[in-house]
Design a protein around this ligand. Structure first.
Ligand code: PRP
Length: 183
C-alpha cells in the first residue's frame, strides 16, 4: 500500500481511472441496476454515503431511468490512509424505509467495516429489498459482504479523487488516482 507522506516534497498524482472511463462504467451500472429493478418496482430509494459517494451518487442517479428517492447518511472511519475501525455516524436517514427498495451507494468498499455497519443498521428498518452499489471494491479484503453492483475492482492502493480524499484533500479531482512519492 502506498503511504503518501506530505512531509516529503515531491508527491505526484498518478491517474488510475480517467473521468471518461468512470462515467462510461457508471452508465453501464445504471443499466444493470434498472434491469434488476424493472420487474420489482418503479421507485428506488437510493442512499448516498457521504462524503465520498457524492459524485458517484450524483452521476448514477442522473443516469437511472426510473423514479429515485434520495437519502443521505454521513459516516466516516478513516484517519489519513488507515481505517480507525471506529464508525462515526454524523448524520443518518430521515425517511421511513419500511417496504422500500433500498440501494446503498458507496464510493469504495475497502475493509467493509463501514458498509457492514450501515447494512446492519438499515435492516432494522425492514426494507422490502436492500442492495449495494459501489464504484470501487478493493480486491484485497475478504469482507464477505455481497456487493450487488460493482464499478471497478482495484488493487490495494490508497485512492484519491472523484469524492475520495486523503485527509479531506483531492475529493474534487475529476478522475481517480493515487499519490506517488517521486523520491
Ligand atoms: C470511506 C469511504 C467508505 C469507507 C470504506 O469513508 O467513503 O465509506 O471509507 O472503507 P471501509 O470499507 O474500510 O470501511 P471515510 O471514512 O473516509 O469517510 P468519507 O466518505 O467522509 O471520506
Amino acid at each position: 500500500m502506498f503511504l503518501p507522506s506530505e512531509r516529503r516534497q515531491h508527491v505526484t498524482v498518478e491517474v488510475l481511472l480517467e473521468e471518461k472511463t468512470i462515467k462510461e462504467r457508471i452508465k453501464q451500472l445504471a443499466r444493470e441496476i434498472e434491469n434488476y429493478y424493472k420487474d420489482k418496482t418503479d421507485t428506488l430509494h437510493a442512499i448516498c454515503v457521504l462524503k465520498g459517494s457524492i459524485h458517484f451518487f450524483s452521476e448514477l442517479v442522473l443516469n437511472l431511468n426510473m423514479n429515485v428517492n434520495y437519502s443521505f447518511v454521513h459516516v466516516s472511519s478513516y484517519a489519513g490512509t488507515e481505517s480507525t475501525g471506529r464508525i462515526r455516524v454524523k448524520s443518518w436517514v430521515d425517511e421511513p424505509l419500511q417496504g422500500k427498495y433500498v440501494l446503498v451507494v458507496e464510493d469504495i468498499v475497502d475493509t467493509g467495516n463501514t458498509l457492514r455497519y450501515i447494512l446492519n443498521y438499515l435492516r432494522k428498518y425492514k426494507p422490502a429489498d436492500l442492495k449495494v452499489a459501489t464504484l470501487i471494491e478493493k480486491e484485497k479484503y475478504q469482507h464477505g459482504i455481497p456487493i450487488d453492483f460493482v464499478g471497478f475492482k482495484v488493487q490495494d492502493v490508497f485512492l484519491i479523487g472523484y469524492g475520495l480524499d486523503y485527509d479531506e484533500k483531492y475529493r474534487n479531482l475529476p478522475f481517480i488516482g493515487y499519490l506517488k512519492n517521486d523520491t
